[in-house]
Ligand binder design. Structure first.
Ligand SMILES: Nc1nc2c(ncn2[C@@H]2O[C@H](COP(=O)(O)OP(=O)(O)OP(=O)(O)O)[C@@H](O)[C@H]2O)c(=O)[nH]1
Ligand SMILES: [Mg+2]
Length: 253
């Protein structure tokens, strides 16, 4: 049985915003979280950029850094893809907690303060969002994607004996010490699933709050549809790996 480092207090949050082609969506995401969260509780906004980030998006990132120099931290990602971006930001985070979200408005920024509110009540838990529970919804999701999503969710909840209903949706808050102790492997979008199932297998408590999903209005996704099937490989691998190997070597028993 491996013990993960526990967190007993909420102090502040590092909000991770990976950016490729978002301009007004990124600006709006930042405005909304600043409006809804007490400034003293925002440790930093970790804006993650890479070689693929467009000049228009970089201009907005730079403008935000000039306007909010004390909280905007630009992370130049070293590892590739979305999982790489989030993992690099985990390493940089200094708040007691981290939120992973998108900057394309598909993870509704109006809900970030609700994640923080639950995290204050349960600082040691992973608080995650679901579009499938009461109060959550999908608008403008293609019917085929919706059916596949439902099947994926049922499959993963059975595989992990959990009541969670939306484990592939990457919008959640974690204790920073936890994510810095886990041995992450995924570099692409299946990181969204890995970041839920590794805490689950370690025995970290988790709960969901509802989320209202709407499609992005600018730019396009970095995740072609067929790649969604790679989530199964991640799901199986993590389910049957030894629990001890889920943590970085220095945290293993
Ligand atoms: N820095 C960085 N950001 C990324 C990378 N890949 C995706 N992002 C950003 O991460 C967020 C989520 O990525 P999307 O490609 O929209 O993925 P998604 O919405 O989960 O995928 P779909 O549901 O398939 O559309 C967006 O704000 C992207 O711009 C990456 O390699 N590096
Ligand atoms: Mg998206």
């Amino acid at each position: 049985m491996s013990a993960y480092p526990e967190t007993t207090r909420f102090e502040s949050v590092s909000i991770i915003l990976p950016v490729i082609n978002e301009t007004f969506s990124l600006r709006q995401s930042v405005e909304i979280v600043l409006r809804d969260l007490p400034r003293a509780e925002i440790r930093e906004l970790l804006v993650v950029v890479c070689k693929k980030t467009t000049p228009e998006a970089l201009a907005v990132v730079e403008e935000l850094r000039r306007q909010l120099p004390e909280i905007v931290v630009i992370v130049q990602q070293q590892r590739p893809f979305l999982g790489g971006a989030l993992r690099d930001a985990f390493d940089a985070a200094r708040g007691s907690h981290v939120i992973i979200m998108s900057s394309d408005l598909e993870t509704n920024p109006n809900e970030a303060h609700l994640l923080v509110a639950k995290s204050r009540e349960h600082p040691g838990w992973v608080i995650t969002t679901s579009r499938w529970i009461r109060g959550g919804s999908f608008t403008g999701y293609s019917p085929i994607k919706l059916v596949c999503n439902w099947i994926f969710q049922r499959f993963f909840s059975l595989l992990y004996f959990t009541r969670l209903t939306d484990m592939t949706y990457g919008y959640r808050i974690f204790p920073t010490k936890l994510v810095q102790a886990i041995q992450w492997e995924e570099l692409r979008h299946p990181f969204n699933l890995e970041s839920m199932i590794k805490p689950l297998r370690l025995g970290v408590p988790a709960m969901e709050i509802p989320s209202v999903w709407a499609p992005r209005q600018e730019g396009e996704s970095q995740n072609p549809f067929f790649r969604n099937f790679e989530y199964f490989r991640t799901g199986f691998k993590v389910r049957f790996t030894s629990r001890n190997s889920l943590l970085k070597p220095e945290f293993r028993k």
